[in-house]
Design a protein around this ligand. Sequence first.
Ligand code: MGD
Ligand code: MGD
Ligand code: MO
Length: 762
Amino acid sequence: MDITTDPDDHLKVTPPKSYAAGVPAVVHALEYSLSQNSVRRTALTLLNINQVKGFDCPGCAWPEGKHRPKNEYCENGAKHINDEATTKRVTEELFAENSITELDGKSDWWLNQQGRLTAPMVKRPGADHYERIEWDEAFDLIAGELNALGSPDEAMFYTSGRLNNEAAFLLQLFSRAYGTNNLPDCSNMCHESSGSALGETLGIGKGSVSLDDIYESDLIFVVGQNPGTNHPRMLSALEETKRNGGKIVAVNTLPEAGLIRFKNPQKARGVIGRGTTIADQFVLIRPGGDLALFQMLNRLLLEAEDAAPGTVLDHEFIRRHTTGFEAFSEHARTVSWDDVLLATGLARTEIEELFARVLESNKTIVCWAMGLTQQKHGVPTIREVVNFLLLRGNLGKPGAGVCPVRGHSNVQGDRTMGIWEQMPQSFLDALEAEFGFAPPTRHGYDSVDGVRAMRDGAASVFIGVAGNFVRAMSDSDVTEAALRNCRLTVQISTKLNRSHTVCGETALILPTLGRSDRDIQATGEQFVTVEDSMSEVHSSRGRLEPASPHLLSEVAILAQLARRTLGDGFDIPWEEFEADYGTIRDRIARVVPDFENFNERVAQPGGFRLPNPVNEHVYPTPSGKAVFSCNEFTWLEAPPGHLVLQSLRSHDQWNTIPYAMNDRYRGIHDARRVVMVNPDDVAGLGLVDGQLVDLVSVWRDGTERRAPAFRVVAYPASRGSAAAYYPETNVLVPLDSVADVSNTPTSKGIIVRLEPAPASAG
Ligand SMILES: Nc1nc2c(c(=O)[nH]1)N[C@H]1C(S)=C(S)[C@@H](COP(=O)(O)OP(=O)(O)OC[C@H]3O[C@@H](n4cnc5c(=O)[nH]c(N)nc54)[C@H](O)[C@@H]3O)O[C@H]1N2
Ligand SMILES: Nc1nc2c(c(=O)[nH]1)N[C@H]1C(S)=C(S)[C@@H](COP(=O)(O)OP(=O)(O)OC[C@H]3O[C@@H](n4cnc5c(=O)[nH]c(N)nc54)[C@H](O)[C@@H]3O)O[C@H]1N2
Ligand SMILES: [Mo]
């Protein structure tokens, strides 16, 4: 049975929308809110999102900006918040009435709809039910298992970017004091390719631009990203860019609504009028063709400079701040038009039009997300983007720079706090100086290696803090078997999800406070902090009454677990940390670079921005300069009869959790098992619109993976591409199918064939 969505197939398809947001968006958000909540609770939560004294919207990592208009939340932010603030509750009765086997047969949607978790639960060895456990016993149980392991490296601590800075700092401190760097996180499946490529070329794995840069840019590329659904507030920023005379180009395999036109729901003009056309040029590219596109733009820049020396490249910048230009420039000229047109599926005139825009711009920004990072050649593609920006000196000046648009609201902050299996030695040294123990130096497991280790028995305790590892990871069957192979699986969560029904021999559910909940500890009410995609650090304070008196905050859970596991052998004041989060920030200030006077500075309204050295032309690479790189020309070539499938988000889901069965902007209603394919490809494959097919992925070792029963939807996608939703399609991504260097699952580059399903007679 399809465990992701409820099985009824009521698919209705309407033409894709040519605009995003506007009144329908607000109405839809309110509908979802009110289905989860009372009117009063809805109003209270929505009025506090992203306010200076309110809480940070967990919807995405796009920054708030200085002005913070009252009510600057988007439709999807409102949905996420209300999904958390729901008045529905998972009670002990639910677990008594449903065995784990029965729960495992429910859809992901159903599990989430049961509401907030309310009490710690345990599944004991051999049992098929969760039963109530007291917190103390739960901590003793985990500590016992951790201390019984042959080596600390047999345990791993997963986290998603939902975790706040204070809890993230404690998690990595606990893990390292316990003795392992096994800190896989959702970044491994998300922007790791950005971190890898930017780290190598610029010396820092973060974006360089601020909101002001976005506003004053001449030209912004939005590549492999669907902001209308996933970063809706970005559209207000792009609207302002356009008002200031800037141009936008979108590069995507799908004609996404938000990239075409935007109606701003915060403004009367947006609500009534036709809204703003966002993309001045829309480039409908073949999947994986972005490396080829940027290589051609770079060749054209070099040739334009040859034709009119001194007018195109920024020689001063290249000379002072970069290395590797000569080798790069020789390599870049070798790319051929024929190859590029084949790889991108574009007409030469489209690339020439784009190039003309590039030449006109003095300040260019490239924004990107999963369309680039989750490709086998994601890292070289992003390196090539860096080459492109370096050529014209588009770094370290206003209105220009790199902008990887992050997903989870604090995924960047978690990295800053040390959630990474390969933190640099300087960080480990600072930790040692502060806490007086020597952290392990051996690199830990990332998400893919973590699954391999559990599968092979090299790891047997999995502790997940926020997130839904089983559904987030690739190769679902392999990942599930790996988790079931563990002695102990622990999930620290707000809501029920698949990771609770795929259990180790012993399994624990530890319920925790969410972002919107009031957090009161021994010294009084606490707040936490987060860092957004543009390195702004600010506080977040929940206001709602917690879902149950039995919930503990993430900080409290981690502090108590650490104390129980490590005993008195360390000079770490876990109890003090739990009682007063300010004392954690005092330590962060002494360990993490650029966090001096953390408590004082984060108390300022709006917080503070971490410096990015690139903006001062300081490049922390071995040479001290930004690095031009030579990247081998490559693209994704599907064999005849096959397509390149991407697994992506619908408008009504938050990562692994479907909120409803719709994808309004794409015109998909009441179904999720759909595959969007260009009408010419549908015909070329001998299929018809609406036909039921199995998606079968083929892998280089000859193995095949199958996701059954998807409806074909003829859709204006780029030729050779197919799109279906995640996590239904994770089963198709082989564990070994990863991006070079970053080890990120290739969720956007899966070679599939569409097989007519047995049940479909037409
Ligand atoms: N509402 C909502 N908001 C979210 C999330 C959510 O699930 N729901 N998730 C959050 C998280 S963790 C993240 S990482 C972000 C994700 O934000 P996105 O990266 O926007 O998310 P995806 O849905 O994966 O969309 C990938 C986009 O890349 C395009 N694409 C796919 N392959 C290619 C390619 O080869 N080349 C090009 N140029 N384009 C391609 C797709 O058509 C699609 O528009 O969103 C965050 N915000
Ligand atoms: N095929 C495919 N796979 C993908 C992707 C893709 O595009 N395609 N995208 C990848 C990306 S970009 C990401 S980031 C990952 C996402 O992977 P994850 O971050 O692991 O997954 P989420 O769906 O965000 O996790 C949802 C769960 O988090 C818990 N939760 C929510 N809020 C809180 C909180 O405040 N505290 C705690 N403790 N728990 C909370 C709830 O229990 C909820 O059920 O998936 C990756 N997997
Ligand atoms: Mo993500």
